[in-house]
Design a protein around this ligand. Structure first.
Ligand code: ADP
Length: 166
């Protein structure tokens, strides 16, 4: 049940019900995909995110998509990689699962993810990609609403890692 797609693109352009933002725990914007999403929406997103007073790593919050093609933006701070001896793997899975739970709650049938934590947060791609895809697969097996999840890879290296893991 459900379908997982892996594409190379810019997630701000994704025509889906919800895109996911690899945010930080302040939810007040940052670099990478977070910066790209905030630049694309303009200040409305910053104002909407302020009311959350941040978000713990692995949890998720939802806002409108403002002027983006996506109806919603789901914000999740992924874990910072500290060598893999801690709870990084669990926290990364939590980010995907909690984002999908919110998508389900908001009746989203199609969801797009960036490669959470593999940019500035330095999570190794070859470890992150199987965690992401396994968590999404497990979720789709019991999901009632979400039926299509797209991994939107920004660069060819990321695309290759997710293609291989798929
Ligand atoms: P994190 O802090 O969670 O590591 P980053 O934004 O630094 O988040 O990186 C996560 C991934 O998002 C990286 O693969 C990066 O290349 C990618 N990325 C950056 N901009 C975009 C974009 N506009 N669309 C999709 N992915 C993007």
């Amino acid at each position: 049940m459900g379908e997982i797609k892996v594409v190379q693109s810019d997630i701000t352009k994704a025509r889906v019900d919800a895109i996911v933002n690899a945010a930080n725990t302040t939810l007040m914007g940052g670099g990478g995909v977070d910066g790209a999403i905030h630049r694309a929406t303009g200040p409305g997103l910053y104002i909407a995110c302020r009311r959350f007073n941040g978000c713990p790593t692995g949890e998720a919050r939802i806002t409108s998509g403002f002027n983006l093609p996506a109806q919603y933006i789901i914000h999740t701070p992924g874990p910072i990689w500290h060598g893999g001896d801690g709870v990084e793997r669990q926290l990364l899975a939590n980010s995907y699962r909690n984002s999908l739970l919110l998508a389900e709650e908001y009746d989203c049938r199609t969801v797009a993810f960036p490669s959470i934590s593999t940019g500035v947060y330095a999570f190794p791609l070859n470890i992150a990609a199987p965690i992401a895809l396994t968590t999404i697969r497990d979720f789709l097996n019991t999901a009632k609403v979400v039926r299509e999840v797209t991994m939107v890879c920004f660069d060819t290296q990321t695309l290759a890692a997710y293609r291989q893991a798929l």
